[in-house]
Design a protein around this ligand. Structure first.
Ligand code: IMP
Ligand code: MG
Length: 174
């Protein structure tokens, strides 16, 4: 597959934009504590860099869902690692995702979290593939809007591979 990939967002542009998002979030929450809730596994790389650039009080939590197999979304979002109610109740939650595609994952997670009575719930996604939306959903913070391409790297996988790339690449269909 190596010869069919092209870089879409390089390492420098990724890091620059992530710093900007961290500053934007900090401006919104000021000195209020936020909980960055990372959607495993894809959002791990983004969450780490986002938090390293975040200068306010914050906590880290993780949730795990699955909806994808190969290049296709199965349409069903299943929760593999749930959150503890006490870690959500009364807190400012920011769900951190790698990409919004059909919108199902973030819509499902936002609704799931609201049942635990958080103080607030917002969503932050590094990438947004608007053209692929199936359910109506807009993330509050978005790094980059991208075309309808299958992307890999910086946490994003193709059958669990290529997450380690420090940039975002896309798979060329020919
Ligand atoms: P959604 O529920 O359809 O919005 O899908 C979100 C999830 O699908 C993301 O968290 C990714 O794990 C996965 N996904 C969507 N598009 C891509 C892609 O282009 N490359 C790799 N994973 C993707
Ligand atoms: Mg994901």
């Amino acid at each position: 597959m190596e010869n069919k990939m092209e870089i879409l967002i390089n390492k420098e542009d990724l890091q620059k934009r992530i710093k900007e998002i961290a500053e934007e979030i900090r401006k919104d929450y000021k000195d209020e504590e936020v909980v960055f809730c990372s959607v495993l596994k894809g959002a791990v790389f983004f969450t780490v860099d986002l938090m390293k650039n975040y200068e306010g009080p914050c906590l880290l939590d993780c949730v795990r869902v699955s909806s994808y197999e190969g290049e296709n979304s199965t349409g069903n979002v299943t929760l593999k690692l749930p959150l503890k109610k006490e870690n959500v109740e009364g807190k400012n939650i920011i769900i951190v995702e790698d990409i919004v595609d059909t919108g199902r994952t973030l819509k499902y997670l936002t609704e799931y979290l609201k049942e635990f009575n958080p103080k607030s719930v917002k969503t932050c996604s590094l990438l947004d593939k608007k053209a692929r939306r199936v359910v109506e959903f807009d993330a509050d913070y978005v790094g980059f809007s991208i075309d309808d391409l299958f992307v890999i790297g910086y946490g994003l996988d193709y059958d669990e591979k290529y997450r380690n790339f420090p940039y975002i690449a896309y798979v060329k269909n020919d």
